[in-house]
Design a protein around this ligand. Structure first.
Ligand code: NI
Length: 142
């Protein structure tokens, strides 16, 4: 993606769990970044792009949420079920797969107003123990 005009650089200090930093370093090494800063700048741009893309999800949509979460996080499975019941009017079906002893993969099929689909994804995303949530949608046309 094309970099936005960057008039000046600001320095920030961030604290990260060691495991997260190790995984990040591994990826930026594989992708050939010359520095951690460059990798972090790109990650922030991708985060912003993703957020903007999510904001553009409007109108009648068919969608899929793919999420990975920690099976052992206390109360999480119940919370995920509760959220799905709460948004039962847009959720058509869900599929659960026990990836490993510790991790679950859930695929949720939805149909409805884009902003509602996005809200479901955001609710799921904000739960402790949820590793990743990805929403993919297509516009529904007659
Ligand atoms: Ni499971």
């Amino acid at each position: 993606m094309s970099p936005e005009p960057e008039s000046e650089l600001s320095r920030i200090g961030i604290s990260l769990p060691q495991g997260l930093l190790d995984r990040f370093d591994e990826i930026i090494h594989l992708r050939g970044y010359s520095s951690r800063s460059e990798g972090i700048r790109d990650s922030i741009r991708a985060y912003i792009t993703h957020y903007q893309w999510m904001a553009d999800v409007k109108g009648e949509r068919q969608g899929v949420i793919t999420m990975v979460y920690d099976h052992h996080q206390r109360g999480l499975m119940q919370t995920i079920l509760d959220i799905q019941h709460e948004y039962g009017y847009v959720i058509q079906a869900s599929l659960h797969s026990h990836v490993t002893h510790d991790r679950c993969l859930e695929v949720i099929l939805l149909r409805g107003e884009g902003s509602e689909l996005k809200r479901v994804a955001e609710r799921l995303m904000s739960q402790k123990g949820v590793e990743s949530v990805k929403l993919t949608t297509i516009a529904v046309k007659d």
